[in-house]
Design a binder for this molecule. Structure first.
Ligand code: CTP
Length: 403
């Protein structure tokens, strides 16, 4: 995916410089080409040699140091970049950039740059809240800079609050998302509804029925759709997974809760991807007192839950509907039946009896069948890769180009 995209990392002087070193390492490991520029104050925290070793390139820190006579270093660096990342960005560097001051290698290069710029501020909580810093960030946003907000938490200065630079893995995700977004303009502004995870159906206050779904497939789909620039609402049954970046999450428990939330969002939705493993039955009467042990055999009456996806098919206007099917036998036949009965545009069928396709695993393989009969196999791979492949296949449906 990355095809050696070029990242120009501008490092200014704060304690978070050590995280910038970790980011450099992650970027090169993820097939990005990295060049590093440092301010003199950044070098008080970590030496240029660290960044040189991690990026495998010369680190520029002085506008007047011109090691290659046929080039002007700061112009060359600016022109070279596909994306510029300022991490950490101090209050000082934000102030200079917002006010057109270019007095070192980092600021002269940024002034000469036309590439998109991502900024990861890092500073004391009171500095971050200072009106001058806030004003400078607003100005930079108006210039087109995009910000990766600092985290809330313990700060090196001893305070607790907002100002801690985002973690290297979050910066890497934001960088990945930038390039994914750039490559998938069709998704920008599309409203995507994803359901994920199991539902739980209460028996009494301490017991419930659920299933083995981990939610990983649906979460991966939500993350990928958000990375492509869609507005994603993720309606999730109980799972321990973290909310993907840029996704609006609504937690639910039972099939009935999910039904309500899905229908609330449905009228304003362009695409539904229904990856949740919804319980088909629930106890007829969920009692409020704990059921006491009695006879050797206990019989529990179950009643059907609403089929959410089927109801969406029935009320469909111009939404695109993609269902999932978990099958252990006659996989294609049952899958096709669900595609037609639930009036779907496509169905992603999981053969759950196959190796590597466990409900709670990290991998998956999908047989994707479209309404017009077209079939695509998404081979066994990590769920994030399956999600990418799945959205690539669905893309023509949301742009009205058919399947
Ligand atoms: N689904 C739903 N509401 C239900 C049951 C299923 O919305 N009460 C959705 C699932 O989210 C999935 C699709 O329907 O997208 C197929 O789910 P699956 O469990 O494979 O099939 P069922 O329709 O439940 O049929 P069966 O259990 O008989 O295979």
């Amino acid at each position: 995916m990355n095809q050696k995209k070029r990242i120009l990392l501008c490092v200014s002087g704060g304690i978070a410089v050590f995280k910038a070193a970790a980011l450099t390492s992650k970027l090169t490991q993820n097939d990005y080409e990295v060049k590093v520029l440092m301010t003199q104050s950044a070098e008080k925290f970590v030496t240029p040699l660290t960044f040189q070793a991690l990026s495998r390139g010369y680190v520029h820190d002085d506008t007047f140091d011109e090691p290659e006579p046929d080039k002007i270093a700061h112009i060359d660096a600016a022109d070279w970049a596909d994306l510029i990342v300022i991490a950490p960005a101090t209050a000082n560097v934000l102030g200079k950039l917002a006010n057109g001051i270019a007095d070192d290698m980092v600021t002269t290069t940024l002034m000469a740059a036309t590439a998109p710029i991502l900024v990861a501020p890092a500073m004391n909580v009171h500095m971050y809240q200072h009106p001058a810093v806030q004003r400078n960030m607003t100005t930079l946003e108006e210039f087109g800079y995009r910000f990766i907000e600092p985290d809330d938490g313990y700060l090196a200065c001893g305070y607790t609050g907002k100002g801690r630079m985002a973690e290297p893995e979050d910066l890497l995700a934001a960088i990945d998302h930038h390039f994914i977004r750039q490559a998938h303009r069709e998704w920008h502004g599309k409203r995507v509804l994803v359901t994920a995870g199991p539902t739980v159906e209460a028996v009494d206050p301490v017991r419930y029925f659920t299933n083995r779904s981990s939610g990983k497939m649906g979460f991966a789909v939500a993350e990928e759709a958000a990375a492509r620039g869609a507005h994603v609402t993720l309606i999730a049954g109980p799972t321990a997974l973290a909310t993907p970046h840029g996704v609006q999450r609504i937690d639910v428990k039972s099939a009935e809760d999910m039904y309500k939330e899905v229908h609330r969002a449905y009228p304003d939705t362009d695409l539904v991807i229904k990856a949740a493993a919804v319980a088909d039955y629930k106890p007829e009467d969920a009692v409020t007192e704990k059921i006491k042990k009695q006879d050797d055999v206990m019989t529990l009456s179950l009643v059907k839950t609403p089929d959410i996806l089927k109801s969406l098919g029935e009320q469909k206007k111009d939404q695109v509907l993609v269902g999932f099917a978990a099958e252990s036998q006659q996989v294609e036949e049952y899958g096709r039946k669900k595609l037609h009965e639930k009036q779907l545009d496509a169905i992603a069928i999981n053969h759950i009896a196959k190796e590597g396709m466990g409900f709670d695993g990290d991998t998956n393989e999908i047989m994707l069948i479209f309404q017009n009969g077209r079939e695509v196999t998404i081979p066994l791979s990590q769920k994030r890769d399956v999600a990418r492949h799945l959205l690539d296949e669905i893309e023509p449906l949301i742009t009205g180009r058919g399947s």
